[in-house]
Design a protein around this ligand. Sequence first.
Ligand SMILES: Nc1nc2c(ncn2[C@@H]2O[C@H](COP(=O)(O)OP(=O)(O)O)[C@@H](O)[C@H]2O)c(=O)[nH]1
Ligand SMILES: [Mg+2]
Length: 182
Amino acid sequence: MLKKVIIAGPVGSGKTTALQTLFGANLLSTSARYSEAQSAERKSTTTVAMDYGVIAWPDGKSRLHLYAIPGQERFQFMWEILGKNTDGLIVLIDAKRPRPTAAMHLYLDKILPLLNRAIGVVALNKLNAKERNALDLPPYLRHGDLRLRLTTTDTRDQEEVLALLRLLMAEMAHELYPATAP
Ligand SMILES: Nc1nc2c(ncn2[C@@H]2O[C@H](COP(=O)(O)OP(=O)(O)O)[C@@H](O)[C@H]2O)c(=O)[nH]1
Ligand SMILES: [Mg+2]
């Protein structure tokens, strides 16, 4: 089964890093020198179209096509193109930016209308181990009528990126077999 997964999040939230961690040199990446002098992010390149890679899931049945979409809003046309026929969504949020909870909801408001499905995982990153332990996150983030699995991650660590994919696969499986069945 082919599953299309979108990795989303604001500029600098670790989308490209997550895919580099998984795919290394096999990552198909489209980046350009960073031009927005006003940006608070210290990055020399930014994703302009997408980063893309495919992984065969260990169940032997699924292939996950992972697309990291650009963070900058001027590339919104790419969100619309890549948002079609989506099976799952991973949203990365830099927990060190001001008001990360507000940032999550604002970002979800922008992106969800462009996706045909809203099954997903929201992950806060850039926290150290101590900060992560101190955070007492509920398992789900409520966003309007939706609930999205909520967790922390470090996208530089391959095991952690795989753990995000496992959480997402579990959410997608719930969708196929709803927990409300008698
Ligand atoms: N501490 C920490 N830094 C991260 C993490 N993910 C990404 N970074 C750093 O954040 C910066 C921006 O990451 P990048 O993947 O380019 O962000 P993108 O704009 O979402 O593609 C880079 O310097 C990364 O090394 C993380 O989980 N923890
Ligand atoms: Mg990027």
